[in-house]
Design a protein around this ligand. Structure first.
Ligand code: CU
Length: 153
């Protein structure tokens, strides 16, 4: 191999490396990090499910805190859950498993609005079917569950 041919092959090699790095950086990682494409009715369901945080929930003796204790919803129909704090104390809605939704991030009111103050609401849209157990951070005896099922329509 003469000097010229060696030079050309080195340049060709550098170009190939640069091209593959550019591809990796701009095409591959973009696709790998892209959020999943979901139907509009899953992202923004028309209906919702309501859960009340009952008066007296900060007392362990109050058996009814998150009401209903198990909230069921259907993906694409009403997979948005709205908690309303009708108590006089602030509460949280915090995932037992640090669940993070693929679109809407951590299932934890503390991460978005902090504690849910009296008369305030917290809403969370679940974009995947599953069972999501949660509790109140200041009052860990307060527990509840959201069950999201697939739509069979
Ligand atoms: Cu609480």
């Amino acid at each position: 191999m003469n000097n010229n041919a060696a030079g050309i092959s080195i340049i060709a090699f550098i170009i190939a490396v640069a091209a593959s790095m550019t591809y990796y950086q701009f095409v591959y990682t973009k696709e790998a990090n892209a959020k999943p494409q979901l139907p509009e009715e899953v992202l923004n369901p028309l209906e919702n499910v309501k859960v009340s945080i009952m008066e007296g929930s900060s007392q362990p003796s109050q058996q009814k805190n998150f009401e209903p204790k198990e909230a069921r919803a259907t993906l694409g129909i009403n997979n948005k859950v709205i908690w309303t704090n009708v108590d006089t104390t602030a509460h949280s809605v915090t995932s037992d498993t640090q669940y993070t939704d693929q679109i809407n991030g951590p299932f934890n009111s503390i991460d978005s609005i902090g504690l849910i103050l009296p008369q305030k609401t917290f809403e969370f849209t679940f974009t995947k079917d599953g069972e999501y157990a949660y509790h109140c951070e200041p009052h860990p005896w307060m527990t509840g569950k959201v069950v999201i099922v697939k739509s069979f329509v």
